[in-house]
Design a protein around this ligand. Sequence first.
Ligand SMILES: C[S@@+](CC[C@H](N)C(=O)[O-])C[C@H]1O[C@@H](n2cnc3c(N)ncnc32)[C@H](O)[C@@H]1O
Length: 271
Amino acid sequence: MDGDELVRAHYSQAEEGKRLHETPNGVLERLRTWDLFERSLPAHGVVYDVGGGAGAHSAWLADRGYLVELFDPVPRHVSEATAVSQARSPGRRFVVEQGDARSIPRGDGSADVVLMLGPLYHLVETSERRQALIEARRLLKPGGLLVAAGISRFAWLMDAYRKGVADSAEIQASITYNLRTGRSNADPAPGAFWAYFHRPQELTGEITAAGFENVAIAGVEGFAWMLPDLNAILDSPASAEALLDQLRTVESEPSIVGASAHLLAQGVKPV
Ligand SMILES: C[S@@+](CC[C@H](N)C(=O)[O-])C[C@H]1O[C@@H](n2cnc3c(N)ncnc32)[C@H](O)[C@@H]1O
């Protein structure tokens, strides 16, 4: 199976539509992503949500008045996102279309914002990620904003210990392979999670090399995805607000960014 087939096979089994709503880590990722959007995105404009999955971010942005178009290569995501959009009032719908980050059927300079929250870690080869980044630059207006997610190189190491599964030779070998190569699997079986895990400076380097300026990176969940009592913290509005405040304070601190499971980088297309 090639990378595209592995990604499709994985998401034909995974419940992507529920991910950001049903687990404490999903809720934290969603709240922090929206917090970063609120501080980074222009007040209005056209947003392409490339790799938008079942449409959680597209729906949130459409509620805030953005003109949103979602693209995703996985048929299941296209039909789930279409259903999400159709269930909304006409003024809050978003366009949904099948599409791959390396080739989006829209004109040059047609977007104010391009989101890539997924493609850059599912495209495992450097050349594929570069193609997606060059395509994002083509789509953006001069001065337009790219927001791109990565998975931290150290996420599987931390996750395996967090979940208490690290105590086996097989998992130890997979952690060692993942830390060394960035790849999620040496020999992926159909349905496996197929992805590339970035060091923070590697992700910003790829975005800079693709011709973006003012490139910056933040940890999405920070350290908080490893907290055993995260659910209780999020259940208390005051505790949740305090945690979000602290995460905001340290989100760009270089010495802690790589401890986050997800990284959110941004860059501006030169004017
Ligand atoms: C973990 S999901 C994230 C969905 C959503 N963006 C979010 O942040 O919740 C990763 C998404 O990337 C999409 N994806 C994978 N490879 C892609 C590619 N080459 N082009 C565009 N999207 C891709 C997947 O289909 C999936 O919807």
